[in-house]
Design a protein around this ligand. Structure first.
Ligand SMILES: NC(=O)c1ccc[n+]([C@@H]2O[C@H](COP(=O)([O-])OP(=O)(O)OC[C@H]3O[C@@H](n4cnc5c(N)ncnc54)[C@H](OP(=O)(O)O)[C@@H]3O)[C@@H](O)[C@H]2O)c1
Length: 241
């Protein structure tokens, strides 16, 4: 065991769940975040049955009170947090042309994908600062890369989804802002692109497995002091902002 604790939001299934499994296998105590505690409990139970140290934690990233309660629970039980993975995310209505995507839909996407990670990071920062050193990973997307989206040769060039893509571009900007603020601390903040992965998110049309997606997130989550800060990675290759 590492005596280190990781929190993953939206970990009751898919990429977050597999990330919990991989960190659990590395000896971390994992707080498996779920907005529905029953779904969280049954997901945690399945990983505990594999011999891992996993606890469900109720956290809805759109709900301030839920985030505050979750941070208070971690403060009371562990007093620190070594890894925060802002994984919870939603796609919004797809496919729809940018000219037809309503602001209400876009606002809902931003509540989860942008304001969620900001709220959670702010609430858990005192606990991350209490750790000897800590890593924050923002689970972004290649669809948030303006470099890729504006390159006609890139496979994502034609994927023009206003709400989702811009939410991940905003999350990348959030990553840079926190990384700069925390540059003189023992906390690193990076963004991960899990790649197009077969999950409920896309009706299992992705060509990557959750094991492949989680591996890159786990790499950023377990960086030592020599690792990068304020960068964006697919697997271990840097992605243009
Ligand atoms: N799959 C891909 O191809 C792909 C590619 C690039 C980036 N990503 C990103 O990777 C992350 C995980 O995606 P995924 O494919 O694993 O998606 P998923 O299968 O839809 O799972 C999303 C998870 O987030 C949770 N969630 C949604 N809204 C939440 C909220 N308000 N508070 C807390 N949890 C919430 C869901 O909980 P419920 O079970 O309660 O709904 C679920 O556990 C997302 O940020 C996504 O944008 C995915």
């Amino acid at each position: 065991m590492t005596n280190k604790t990781a929190l993953i939001t939206g970990a009751n299934k898919s990429i977050g769940y597999e990330t919990a499994r991989q960190l659990g296998k590395l000896g971390y105590r994992v707080l498996l975040g779920a907005r529905d505690l029953e779904r969280g409990r049954s997901a945690a139970q399945a990983l505990v049955a594999e011999g891992l140290d996993i606890r469900p934690l109720s956290i809805d990233v759109t709900d301030e009170a839920s985030i505050r309660d979750a941070a208070a629970w971690v403060s009371d039980h562990d007093g620190k947090l070594d890894i925060l993975i802002n994984n919870a995310g939603i796609p919004g209505r797809q496919p729809v042309a940018p000219s037809e995507q309503g602001v209400d839909d876009i606002r809902a996407i931003y509540e989860t994908n942008v304001f969620g990670p900001i709220r959670v990071t702010q609430a858990f920062l005192p606990l991350l600062k209490a750790a000897e050193r800590a890593n924050i990973v923002m689970v972004s997307s290649g669809l948030g890369s303006l470099g890729w989206l504006s390159d006609p040769a890139n496979m994502f060039f034609g994927v023009n989804i206003l709400g989702y893509n811009s939410s991940k571009t905003a999350l990348n900007a959030v990553t840079v802002a926190f990384a700069k603020e925390l540059a003189d601390t023992a906390i690193k903040v990076n963004a991960a692109d899990p790649g197009y992965t077969a999950t409920d998110f896309n009706g299992h049309t992705g060509y990557r497995t959750v094991e492949q997606a989680a591996a890159g997130i786990v790499w950023l989550a377990t960086l030592d002091a020599s690792g990068p800060n304020g960068a964006f990675y697919f697997e271990q290759t840097q992605v243009p902002w």
